[in-house]
Write a protein that binds this ligand. Structure first.
Ligand SMILES: [Zn+2]
Length: 444
């Protein structure tokens, strides 16, 4: 139903109830059974409508943009302070770095005055945003250096230590700007987690990894009193307008809050007045939960790996020569959500060198809409043919792939090695991979 129709229907319901309540009141409430419940019902309807209106009107970005030329002050909403902090920590500390750093520090100080500790906000609430952004920025510079597009001296100084760190990690040979924390090797990952745990706030803001000043923080300092998920919920609630951007546990907290606002706010560790800045209706939460349960690819994590990180994580295990662990990780995810095409594809991909009958069975069931995903299914079936020595079948199958428009690089098995029964991983676009497959299959 369109919003317009829904709006019209709601208006009509309200009008009808008003007419009814007026008439009923004139007749001493004999229509509603004499209790006056017609008026109660009208009152509830008006209240829920104003709540829905309030919920719709919230926009964290607008809160921030209202003040974009000012430095944060005590009369800003908590939402404006949090959103400003989030937006600015994600901007590389290059241009206007002094203005940026004063703005973040002031926003954090104002948040601190309201009982929201800067350490909890940065090290828990926005931790993933910050570590992800620094890693991805550094990895895109590293990729550009390696491709010879920029000289190492052109990489900003604050990124040098990040690039050097990533250069030590085998996964970054290929992954490029898509690198994510859970896909990195444990030792590199530890360096980043330590930085987020221990670097002085000023060095977190300036993305400084080399010789950062360590500060000792106790576990209690890193979160609000309700714990890590409560901290993330409060930051999600006030800084991210769309519930689609929230962590799954934040939706649970929101439902609990709907039922006992004051109690839950105090338990989470914030002044209830702060959370009252925003209204979120129960319908918004249940709609988002329904979306996540029924649409693939929106879940926080499967088998302890974030869904978006599963492919890089599995690829890393394969690259490290650990096909059994890769298959196990992909299998756990696939078994939890067998209908999710991304997870099924990842699992089938891992199976190709190990169990082609099962790999082909899963691949044959995938009927993707997107051309990239369709090409991937066909390519993987063609690789099964190569492994099993059906070269003519591989050519026939692979020839149906139309590479026009398929520009993204994807993980594929190397055709040359596959013919020899060896599994070797490639990150390539179809336009590079397909001619190699055809050449190998036709010449052997
Ligand atoms: Zn009545």
């Amino acid at each position: 139903m369109s919003d317009q129709v829904k709006w019209h229907e709601r208006e009509l319901t309200k009008k009808a109830l008003e007419v009814f309540a007026v008439e009923c009141s004139h007749r001493d409430h004999d229509l509603c059974g004499g209790s006056g419940s017609c008026l109660d019902l009208l009152g509830e309807l008006i209240q829920s409508r104003s709540e829905a209106e309030q919920a719709r009107s919230f926009d964290a970005m607008r809160e921030r943009l209202l003040h974009r030329y000012e430095q944060p002050s005590a009369d800003w909403t908590t939402s404006a302070l949090l959103r400003t902090t989030l937006d600015l920590i994600l901007i590389p500390p290059l241009e206007n770095w002094l203005w940026r750093s004063i703005a973040i520090t002031t926003a954090l100080a104002r948040l601190g005055e309201r009982g929201l500790s800067p350490d909890a906000v940065l090290r828990s609430g926005f931790r993933k945003d910050l570590t992800q952004r620094t890693l991805r920025t550094a990895s895109s510079f590293l990729a550009a250096e390696r491709a010879g597009n920029i000289a190492p001296a052109d990489t900003p100084a604050f990124l040098r230590a990040w690039c050097d760190l990533l250069a030590q990690d085998p996964v970054c040979e290929d992954v490029g700007p898509m690198v994510s924390l859970s896909a990195l090797s444990p030792s590199v990952c530890r360096v980043v987690e330590d930085w987020a745990d221990r670097a002085a706030v000023g060095h977190l803001l300036s993305w400084r990894l080399n010789d950062y000043q360590p500060v000792e923080r106790s576990a209690e300092d890193m979160v609000f009193s309700g714990g890590k998920d409560a901290t993330i919920w409060i930051c999600d609630r006030l800084a991210r307008t769309y519930l689609g951007e929230w962590k799954a546990s934040s939706l649970h907290w929101e439902l609990a809050y709907r039922h006992a606002p004051t109690e839950v706010a105090i338990w989470a560790g914030v002044n209830p007045a702060i959370l009252a800045e925003r209204t979120v209706t129960e319908g918004m939460v249940t709609q988002e939960l329904r979306k996540r349960l029924t649409r693939p690819g929106l879940r926080d994590d499967v088998a302890n790996v974030a869904a978006e990180d599963l492919v890089p994580s599995v690829a890393l295990l394969l690259q490290q020569g650990n096909p059994i662990a890769a298959r196990q990780q992909a299998q756990n995810a696939y078994q939890a959500y067998p209908a999710d095409p991304v997870l099924a594809m990842a699992y089938a991909f891992c199976l190709i060198p190990l169990d082609r009958r099962e790999a082909c069975r899963i691949l044959a069931h995938l009927k993707p809409d997107r051309p990239e995903a369709r090409a991937l299914v066909t390519a993987n079936l063609a690789v099964c043919d190569l492994f099993d020595g059906r070269l003519a079948d591989a050519v026939t199958r692979a020839s149906t792939i139309d590479v026009i428009g398929l520009v993204d690089t994807v993980w594929l098995w190397d055709p040359q090695s596959a013919v020899q029964g060896v599994a070797e991983l490639r990150l390539e676009c179809f336009a590079e991979w397909l001619p190699r497959l055809l050449a190998v299959a036709q010449s052997t």
